[in-house]
Design a protein around this ligand. Structure first.
Ligand SMILES: Nc1ncnc2c1ncn2[C@@H]1O[C@H](COP(=O)(O)OP(=O)(O)OP(=O)(O)O)[C@@H](O)[C@H]1O
Ligand SMILES: [Mg+2]
Length: 324
């Protein structure tokens, strides 16, 4: 249904899309994945006849996008990544306007809009002003708009980017419903996990180049293998590095790691001792401690007297009393 052959697009010195080729069969939900700046939007804009390729070609339903852009536009429903919406109209008026723009015959217009509203579950919002809606709701209206002329192919640039988790599930259900109705869906995203359970095929783009393309199961398995390989290589590298250091007489990096865990501990030690000494000094000068020491002295003197059997009034006794 979609055929991309050796597509190249350059902007000055930037190679946004670099020799990309893939096919999308009829009835697929095809996920176009890649990080920021990978070239997804550029490819999608060329598909949607909004940009011309530097070289290569794209066919949609057998029609070359450069030869018959009008024919392609009739067959596709395109949703941009940051769609602008007319704000000072109601949702119903907005969809009516676009049905007219897509040349839906007047007699069918009301029923078409009603069907699309029903399908996209916009019934409760029909009388609301577009300006009053949230971003996620606006995204849903955009999707409704792409369906008005009953296109065979939907080309959606990050359709779920502004949606909350529940709205994402609703969007997924809607896309699966549209697939059952016979539409081919091409959509972009940053995250495979977001689309893995609904898409049938995947293409992964990085820095303008295609790094993988094929059925989702095969690509998922290849990615898992890649992650496992990388993990293994990293562990081996770390172990080898440790062994090499050890052979050179270094302390085991693992022990160094443990020592380093609290490097301030040793610095803290003198401080701890200083505090303990100060606390002892403070306690020693406490009135209760002083009274205690005086009582202890009296007790010692009394014990001494008892040991010497000295009468109370003698010289030593006075001396002891003088201590009190
Ligand atoms: N009109 C333009 N003029 C100059 N360079 C552009 C233009 N449009 C895109 N680029 C460049 O092409 C490259 C690919 O951009 P593109 O918008 O296709 O990426 P993307 O994969 O859609 O990224 P994102 O996930 O952020 O939407 C980027 O390096 C970008 O700077
Ligand atoms: Mg983009």
């Amino acid at each position: 249904m979609i055929r991309v052959q050796n597509l190249v697009k350059t902007f000055g010195t930037v190679n946004a899309v670099n020799d990309v080729s893939f096919d999308v069969a009829e009835g697929e939900i095809f996920a176009f994945l890649g990080p920021n700046g990978a070239g997804k939007t550029t490819t999608i804009r060329i598909m949607s006849t909004l940009l011309e390729p530097s070289s290569g070609r794209i066919e949609i339903d057998g029609i070359d996008v450069e030869v018959d852009p009008e024919g392609v536009r009739r067959r596709i429903g395109y949703m941009a990544d940051h769609p602008g919406v007319y704000e000072r109209v109601t949702v119903g008026e907005y969809l009516d306007f676009f049905a007219a723009a897509y040349r839906v015959p007047i007699a069918e217009r009301t029923s078409t809009v009603a069907a699309v509203v029903e399908l996209t579950d916009l019934g409760s919002l029909r009388e609301r002003l577009v300006a009053e809606l949230s971003k996620g709701m606006k995204q849903r209206i955009q999707l409704a708009r792409t369906l008005l002329h009953d296109p065979k192919v939907l080309i959606l640039d990050e359709p779920a980017s502004d949606l909350d988790p529940r709205a994402r599930i609703e969007m997924r259900d809607l896309l699966m419903e549209l697939r059952r109705m016979g539409k081919t869906i091409f959509l972009s995203s940053h995250i495979l996990a977001e689309l893995a359970d609904m898409c049938t095929s995947v293409a992964i783009l990085e820095k303008g180049r295609l790094v993988a393309a094929g059925p989702v199961d095969a690509i998922g398995r290849a990615l898992d293998r890649g992650v496992a390989e990388r993990r293994k290589t990293r562990t081996t590298t770390r172990t080898t590095a440790r062994a090499r250091l050890f052979a050179r007489g270094h302390r085991s990096p693992r022990r160094q790691g443990r020592r380093r865990r609290n490097p301030r501990r040793r610095l803290q030690r003198p401080e701890r001792h200083r505090l303990r000494r100060r606390r002892r000094r403070t306690l020693r000068s406490h009135p209760r401690a002083r009274r205690g020491r005086r009582a202890a002295r009296r007790h010692r003197a009394r014990a001494q007297r008892a040991r010497a059997h000295l009468p109370r009034g003698d010289a030593r006794g006075s001396a002891v009393r003088g201590l009190r």
